[in-house]
Write a protein that binds this ligand. Sequence first.
Ligand SMILES: [Zn+2]
Length: 287
Amino acid sequence: MIEAAFIGGSGVYELEDLRDIETIEIITPFGNTSAAVTLGSIGHKRVAFIPRHGTDHSLSPSEVPYKANIYALKALGVRKVISVSAVGSLNEAIKPLDIVIPDQLIDRTKSREDTFFGDGLVAHISFANPFCKNLSSMIDSFCESLAIDRHLSGTYLAIEGPQFSTKAESNLYRKWGCDIIGMTAIPEAKLAREAEMCYATIAVVTDYDCWKEDQEEVTASMVINNLKQNVETSKKLISKIAGNINTLGDECLCNASLRDALVTQRILDNQKIAKKLGVLLQKYLPA
Ligand SMILES: [Zn+2]
């Protein structure tokens, strides 16, 4: 049984401390994953890992095969997905090198497919709370045990990228009440919810975006330096979570998100798309 999966962000291309490593290529109806999926053990726990941008960071946030990644994890039986994402801070109180476990999301991406459904089969999942509360508080307690500075709430604004924001945009997002800005939580969070998996994010803060007047303009090299330190922190945190996560018997609302979002008759009338969705719909198909 795989207890959890981690999707690594910028700088997190492999997991340390893993034993009994297997790498598996999973062919999905939505193409190839960002890289082969790594399975490995920490203590008695088995976990899966995918580096979101590929092992050599060759995929931009717009090019990441989000559907393939989420589908592959679902096919492996994963029920909990923990993503790591490098973000900028839009909130003075959230400092570079802090960790935010966001509870809300605003979508400003523009060229990404963000649903598995369509072609006759529509699903309207509930997305009022886009991150799993249970998984988020579990991550928070592991942060506490490692004495990591973190914030257990915050609104994540997802932009298309790959460019950073303009000052006008950055100030606008602050007025909207956003706390952090990143490029990958959408569509990952939406797809994970459609796949009935718990999803939470460890957002590691690299900089103050560009709104803060008393700091230099955000440059890639500044981001990279903080990123290196953040990579160390997030790897330590991931090892702690992976070695201690307990998923036995903890059914979560996320694991039934399609229950009221689909009409069975529509599934029966749209066998072709239903077949393509495979493991996502399995439990809703007549035996
Ligand atoms: Zn959940």
